[in-house]
Design a protein around this ligand. Sequence first.
Ligand SMILES: C[S@@+](CC[C@H](N)C(=O)[O-])C[C@H]1O[C@@H](n2cnc3c(N)ncnc32)[C@H](O)[C@@H]1O
Length: 281
Amino acid sequence: MPGERFEWEWDETLFAGAAAYYDRGRLPNSPGLANAFEDTFELDGQGRLLDVGCGPGTVTLPLAGLFREAVGVDADAEMIREARRLAAERGLMNGRWFQRRAEELPADLGRFNVVTFAASFHWMDRALVAGIIRAMLERPHGAVVHVDNRHQDSLAPDDDHPAPPIERIAELRRAYLGQNRRAGQGIRNSSPGDEAAVFRAAGFAGPELVVVPDGRTIIRSADDLVAETFSLSSTAPHLFGDRLSQFECDLRRLLAAASPDGVFAVRLPDNELKIWRVATP
Ligand SMILES: C[S@@+](CC[C@H](N)C(=O)[O-])C[C@H]1O[C@@H](n2cnc3c(N)ncnc32)[C@H](O)[C@@H]1O
């Protein structure tokens, strides 16, 4: 198994083939996300947003209307193409999209009022990127926002449909790809911790926490769960090589066995915004 020989380091296959599945497959953020940003930062449509590791614009697109300009940066070319396509489909006129690694910023992009990281910071050279971003913030009020999910004890859906069979999907992944979680050409079994220490060392103060409530129960089809699986770095399509169709067949068989009518229910966690501001000496 080639992935078991070395640890993860960034390479361009990390999300290869995942972008097309992302918008459909990933769980939505809270519908209150944009209002929470508007209220917290008293946005008046004049500032600039930078979304780092924007993927297909998951956070950039719903927030763009609150800013004069919204800039999405992602290392993956397919993600940037998908963000452009979704922006056009949604009639968004003030978005700009760049294929760049976060480590290559500031890349002449200028200063920003709000910089977001959503499910992306852990993939980066965090100390380097935090330092770069600090210098890209408007002073004195610019802020970095880490958009996260709030971990909640009771997220079991409370209606008649089963929850997605996450553990059985993980077993199938292991049967195809081995015990380790694959990431690009390497492996990555855990995410780095202590993000707060990284931000503090880079000269930020915080975090202030804002909870954006959700708790909706949504219905997911087997197609949605297949899309979710292929949107993840650990089961991105490129990892399966010529066994991709076989994996998809086995996944669909597993999902059909778990819910004969092909429908699953998921209770959505709240979002949590962790806000970091430049520390004043
Ligand atoms: C899990 S996705 C999150 C996408 C989006 N922010 C969201 O909320 O769904 C992580 C994204 O980070 C991007 N990424 C990973 N390492 C990166 C880096 N060093 N610089 C820029 N983007 C990076 C990946 O290409 C991917 O699109």
